[in-house]
Design a protein around this ligand. Sequence first.
Ligand code: FNR
Length: 386
Amino acid sequence: MRAASVSDYRELARRRLPKMFFEYIDGGSYAEATLGRNVADLEAIALRQRVMRDMTKLDMSIETLGQQLSMPVGLAPVGMAGMYGRRGEVQAAKAAAAAGVPFCLSTVGVCSVEEVAAAGVAPWFQLYMLKDRGYMRDLVARAKDLGSPVLVFTVDLPVPGARYRDVRSGFTGSSGLSGALNTAWDGITHPAWLWDVWAHGRPHTLGSVAGALQQGRRVTDFLSWIAKNFDRSVTWRDLDWVRETWDGPIVVKGVLEADDARDAVRAGAQGLVVSNHGGRQLDGVRSSISALPRIADAVGCDLEIYMDGGIRSGLDVLKALSLGAKACFVGRAWAYALGAGGEAAVTRMLGTLRSELAVAMILTGCGSVAEAGRDLLDHDLAIAKE
Ligand code: FNR
């Protein structure tokens, strides 16, 4: 199958990846209500078709936090991408750089920040707060020394949400002989992945935090490692602590409430990502797109507002811009593409988002992404979602 859309990349990834990795990417927490809402609420928003305007000139570029982006899209931090494609973070970072959009490297990436930077891309760096603050300080300093332009501090994962699919697939909680057999069978029955990632994509560790992982831990044990090592005591005051080491822009990722957004401003953040972690944390919370307008109204003049969760097309990007986002991040969309066909597929997927965004702009009469506003949306539906 030639992939035409994000859902096609999803299907290709489903065929190519071991079940445990596909389910890990695809799934959400508990009953996956929020995961479903992220997508459904975007779908429910209606754009307004406008005709007979000269749309020969389109401006999709933006400038944000000192970065020039060719379109208002970035690759969200996704853990363990090196298990979906050989040295996956490097492949995705190259695809993003070629497309002129940011790649945000997860704290729990397979490739370290050093490995991605050595490939010629200084990634935005995503930070999870581990209890070992000395280690965290060094990690932030490493990213800074390598030229990472933006630090993305994820605040919605003091503990991992319960993800039933990971238990059912054997990704978490399986041990002993049956667990090992399950893992081996999952790998053997996906030979393309076996050759690409298992045989030629080593080492399979979490590169940036390898020093903090206990020796001998399998990469797939990392959710239990997170539960033990992530710091639940973290508060807004810790941003001061981060700033002692990091003097560049800080983006707080994982805000859904206007009050928290105001706190992020008070704490000195330069940006925030309206996000529920792709429906992977507290199931039952509202969709990101429905949280966006309130937050944009509350703090839109004070910092850069980004949004992620449920973005599956360029149409979705335009809807999010119309409701107040400066740019959108995609998580699953690039993880699926990476699993489906590596860097080339991530490049094609970004090309698809770009052309879909262009078509949506032309057909709504929006010549510049900077001008996207609520007038592009069917008023009743947009307001109904707030
Ligand atoms: C994530 N996400 C995430 N976020 C983060 O801050 N650090 C991380 O390591 C990860 N890891 C991760 C793994 C996988 C497999 C997924 C799907 C997601 C969340 C991610 O950055 C983003 O918030 C969501 O993916 C956005 O939702 P969509 O685009 O996947 O619907």
